[in-house]
Write a protein that binds this ligand. Structure first.
Ligand code: DQA
Length: 527
């Protein structure tokens, strides 16, 4: 893997006082930034000498920017004075808005500078501009004679980011681009692949929609290692922020020396997503809620198990012909985790047998979405009797008929106790972060279950699992299913075996990663 040591990792500092700005700069440095954007327009200062002091004492290479439209009514004179002063002090970059960049201003700044570079920036509001419009704007920006140009644009959908990659590849001048908003995240995470010389991140205490944290850039994605050949993988989901996929797959790629990156993909329309991101670089995908069923229709070929389940959680782009092939790794992941836990108990009790410990059992499933379908088919394939509860009764009935099971009205779930020793599997989102105080089945009803499984893995120990453990049931966490389905995906993504021991070793860090700095260090030491 190549090392792009010259990648600039930047964060924007908007602070009221010089002292705050200095402290934030220090923090940015600790979190891995090697460049900061000092927004002078956010500062309250009574004399320009304060700005001079700030710039002279900067602890990181800096971009001095001063947006007059966002500023605190400083006059044009102050504005120009600040920019010229920054050049005199020898700051690395000075940034000006395209609207302010008249020929006179540019000439004045060019005359003043020695080694500083001038960035001319523009903000494009309104989403989804066509390639031509973007191309024209870039030409205009280049025409100013700037050393680098910067383009921030609002995006409404993840597919609106694609033109950014196009212009990054074709621009003649160093280009910085940012797609603003939640759906713009990949503009930073994949930018270096397409030639971006700088990426933006946020400080850990100040999350900004659409920006990765500086810590995740350095520790999780390691963007400085990205090359044009890096293969792109990601989890197509909505919401996607809860996914621990990036924390598992990125270190696993590195551990095995595979040149890939795995990113969160916040997708609204999955068909459109695959239509737009159709090049071979986008090599493989995990599919999460609510897209697992619709994903089936996006594939050119579907593995028989996934077809039978009616849900796809893994898609790879076949290198030889670019076709999308769908798989389901959820089914085996969940059922084998439940079987292993039951077998362990049987072995402890001296009752080991070769048959599936699920065979003949009453298997109570909550949820009939993509994950629920995979679990229902898995349970049926092992000879269980499947009973399905789902808020939407029609969906429960449809799934029950597909697995020759029974659907019961959701209201009966809490009183359903036909026999002892049943298995309960929650495949609904009840209990998932942030609603962690919720549970699909009340504690009083859990006594009839020998084993309780929860597909929810954020948090690791859901209320359902806590209460099941309290009454002595065997509990199987969604983390186990998550790891197993990811092991299957890794194999499909890379064609090689997944580093299981390593992936298991890093998974206990999931809950605290990116929250606590010490945890991140521990994670790093593990690698
Ligand atoms: O259900 C899940 C979880 C997941 O969506 C995630 O959160 O990373 C990834 C999917 O592959 C898997 O089937």
């Amino acid at each position: 893997m190549g090392f792009k040591s010259d990648l600039l990792i930047c964060t924007t500092l908007e602070c009221e006082t010089k002292e705050e700005m200095m402290a934030s700069m220090e923090k940015a440095k600790q979190e891995g930034a090697n460049l900061v954007e000092l927004c002078i327009h956010s500062l309250s200062f009574s004399h320009i000498s304060e700005v001079e002091e700030l710039i002279s004492h900067r602890s990181l290479p800096s971009i001095v920017s001063f947006s007059r439209s966002k500023g605190k009514l400083q006059s044009k004179k102050t504005w120009l004075q600040v920019l010229k002063l920054a050049l005199e002090v020898g700051v690395e970059f000075v940034e000006i808005d395209f609207e302010e960049a008249t020929d006179d201003v540019i000439a004045e700044l060019m005359n003043k500078r020695s080694n500083s570079k001038i960035i001319i920036s523009s903000y494009l509001n309104g989403g989804n501009p066509c390639k031509e419009k973007l191309g024209n704007l870039i030409i205009q920006l280049q025409f100013t004679g700037a050393d680098a140009i910067k383009l921030d644009m609002d995006v409404a959908y993840i597919t609106d980011v694609a033109p950014i990659f196009h212009i990054l590849t074709h621009c003649q001048v160093p280009l910085i681009t940012k797609a603003v908003g939640d759906r713009g995240l990949i503009s930073q995470l994949l930018g270096p692949k397409y030639g971006a010389f700088a990426v933006w991140g946020s400080l850990s205490h100040k999350s900004v929609p659409g920006l990765p944290s500086l810590l995740s850039i350095k520790q999780v994605y390691k963007l400085e290692y990205m090359t044009p050949d890096t293969k792109v993988f990601g989890v197509v989901s909505n919401p996607v922020g809860h996914s621990k996929g990036p924390l598992l797959h990125n270190p696993a790629f590195r551990h095995t020396g595979y040149d890939g990156i795995y990113v969160p993909l916040l997708v609204d329309n999955i068909k459109e997503f695959f239509r737009v991101y159709s090049c071979s670089d986008f090599a493989g995908f995990s599919v999460g809620i609510p897209h697992k069923e619709a994903a089936l229709g996006c594939c050119d070929e579907v593995h028989p198990l996934a077809k039978c389940i009616g849900a796809v959680n893994t898609i790879i782009r076949r290198p030889r012909d670019g076709k999308l092939i769908g798989y389901n790794t959820d089914c085996e992941a969940c059922i084998s985790a439940i079987e292993d836990a039951l077998r362990e108990r049987r072995i402890t009790n001296g009752q080991a047998s070769h048959a599936s410990p699920i065979a003949g059992k009453l298997f109570v499933l909550v949820g009939a979405g993509g994950a629920g379908r995979a679990i229902a088919f898995g349970a049926k394939s092992r000879g269980a009797r499947v009973v399905i509860f789902n808020r939407n009764f029609e969906r429960a009935k449809a799934l029950a008929s597909a697995v020759s099971g029974e659907a019961l009205p959701y209201e009966y779930l809490n009183t359903y106790r036909p026999e002892k020793g049943m298995i309960l599997a929650n495949a609904s989102a009840v209990g998932m972060q942030p609603k962690i105080d919720q549970t699909p089945v009340c504690k009083e009803s859990l006594g009839s279950y020998e084993l309780v499984f929860d597909a929810v893995y954020t948090p690791r120990n859901t209320r359902l699992l806590q209460e099941a453990a309290e009454i002595g049931a065997i509990v199987v966490s969604g983390v186990e299913m998550f790891i197993r389905q990811a092991l299957g995906q890794f194999k499909l993504f890379t064609g090689g075996l997944a580093p299981e021991e390593f992936m298991r070793k890093i998974s206990p860090k999931f809950n605290s990663f990116l929250i606590n700095d010490n945890e991140i260090r521990t994670q790093l030491e593990l690698r």
